[in-house]
Design a protein around this ligand. Structure first.
Ligand SMILES: *[C@@H]1O[C@H](CO)[C@@H](O)[C@H](O)[C@H]1NC(C)=O
Ligand SMILES: *[C@@H]1O[C@H](CO)[C@@H](O)[C@H](O)[C@H]1NC(C)=O
Length: 225
């Protein structure tokens, strides 16, 4: 048997640690598939698998993503996300898919996906997109692009981003996301619309705004749950 030196062992340990730290998406599956099953009394990191012998093609299928969604809301946009709750076969596979419909000048407002990078392709409209890097390296830098049909753009995992249809026509985009459950934090709703509300004293100081402005924003974004 080969006798490993301390340095060799240390190198192997560091390499193993480094490779485990490079995972930027959901954990890898340990079987071909693990079609999700719902048991409201039990929670795991992901969802339980149903019996693989009972899986059918419909567990991996969704019909109707070609149908435009209503954009008759104050933002003029509508996100249709096909995550593991819509396609049970996505469980453990680390991807999901979204369609976004835009009214003329419709906006998908600044938000982040805590668990997924997003890659978007424009099908219709002229979409002004952007993301902002985090507080270091480079500091809060805005990356933007004006996208036309066929153009593709990537939003790195966790970073705040937006999509704005600057055309006087409807817009349609499709996105792949690197998680079965990307998560969504819409910044304004999260900060000003929480239940119960964040103390206006905290937000007044944090945003350097008058308390009346904070209270106005909290009324705007409050959504009863
Ligand atoms: C998105 O579109 C669907 C179907 O057209 C509609 O039921 C839903 O209310 C819309 N969502 C928003 C936020 O407008
Ligand atoms: C957008 O198009 C509509 C219908 O063609 C037109 O009435 C409207 O003036 C246009 N708006 C702008 C800002 O160009």
């Amino acid at each position: 048997m080969m006798k490993m030196g301390v340095h060799t062992l240390a190198t192997i340990a560091i390499l193993a640690l480094a490779s485990s730290l490079t995972y930027a998406s959901d954990p890898s599956p340990l079987q071909d598939f693990c079609v999700a099953t719902n048991d409201p009394a039990l929670f795991v990191n992901g969802m339980f698998c149903s019996d693989p012998m009972l899986a059918t093609a419909d567990d991996f299928f969704f019909h109707g993503l070609n149908i435009p969604r209503s954009t008759a809301n104050s933002l003029g946009s509508n996100v249709t996300l096909l995550d593991v709750t819509k396609i049970a076969g996505l469980n453990t596979l680390g991807v999901s898919l979204a369609r976004i419909d835009f009214a003329p000048y419709g906006l998908n407002p600044p938000h982040t996906h805590p668990r997924a990078t997003e890659i978007l392709v424009v099908v219709e409209g002229i979409i002004y997109v952007g993301f902002v890097s985090s507080n270091s390296n480079p500091t809060n830098r805005l990356f933007t692009k004006l996208l036309y049909p066929g153009d593709v753009f990537v939003f790195p995992q966790g970073l705040i981003h937006f999509q704005f249809n600057v055309a006087n026509t409807t817009g349609v985009t499709f996105s792949g996301l690197g998680s079965q459950n990307p998560g969504l934090i819409v910044i304004a709703n999260n900060v000003f619309g929480s239940t119960p509300p964040i103390s206006p004293d905290v937000l007044t100081k944090a945003f350097k705004l008058d308390k009346n402005v904070i209270e106005f924003l909290q009324k705007e974004f409050y959504t009863a749950t």
